[in-house]
Design a protein around this ligand. Structure first.
Ligand code: ADP
Ligand code: MG
Length: 180
């Protein structure tokens, strides 16, 4: 399947679940993400984490964001600028946000551009393969910003978002881990 077809196929699969069901399915996934982060922190140290503020059809991350922030991690969230690029801002709390492109909640904290200080990055996607290939929504936002971010990348996915093959191009950035 080509990228466009694969996006349509995944969108169709998502429609079989209500937002509430997807949110419920998300807690097992984000619990695994928390375990992963704790273990990683113990082993390699981890302070600053890039996350995404989920849309209703994505693995729900709102509680993950606030709980990591409560635990003292610096959480970064993307802001879309010029309709083309993302910059990162520090998450303050659940009230300090504005709604940006694609209706995504963006953090009101200071802009953060010390990309080398990011210890882990948790990335959304339409589909992933087990070995880390990623399909996004088709605008390449993450492919562009991830060129600057060299930490381990973790894709979060519902089980039905894991597929055998994703057509990949030179610019597509691969994940190091998929948590499902
Ligand atoms: P997605 O990753 O969102 O599924 P694609 O991989 O199809 O989307 O990329 C969408 C567009 O973004 C492509 O047309 C591609 O040319 C552009 N793009 C992706 N990465 C880069 C990059 N590093 N520099 C410039 N353009 C890029
Ligand atoms: Mg891509």
């Amino acid at each position: 399947m080509q990228k466009k077809e694969l996006r349509a196929y995944i969108r169709e699969l998502k429609r079989q679940y209500s937002h509430e069901q997807l949110k419920q399915m998300s807690s097992a996934i984000t619990n695994r993400a928390i375990d992963f982060i704790h273990n990683y922190d113990k082993k390699d140290g981890c302070k600053t984490i890039l996350l995404y503020h989920s849309l209703p059809d994505e693995v729900y991350t709102h509680s993950l964001i606030s709980s990591l922030s409560d635990k003292g991690y610096t959480v970064l969230l993307p802001t879309v600028i010029d309709n083309e690029n993302m910059e990162l801002h520090i998450y303050i709390n659940d009230e300090e946000y504005h709604v940006g492109a694609m209706n995504i909640q963006e953090a009101n904290g200071d802009a953060f551009d010390c990309y080398e200080k990011i210890d882990l990055a948790i990335i959304p996607g339409m589909a992933f393969t087990k070995d880390g290939h990623r399909l996004g929504r088709g605008k390449g936002y993450y492919d562009r910003i991830l060129q600057k971010i060299k930490c381990p990348l973790i894709g979060l996915a519902f089980p039905f978002q894991i597929v055998d093959n994703i057509p990949c191009e030179e610019h597509d950035v691969k994940m190091n881990y998929i948590i499902s």
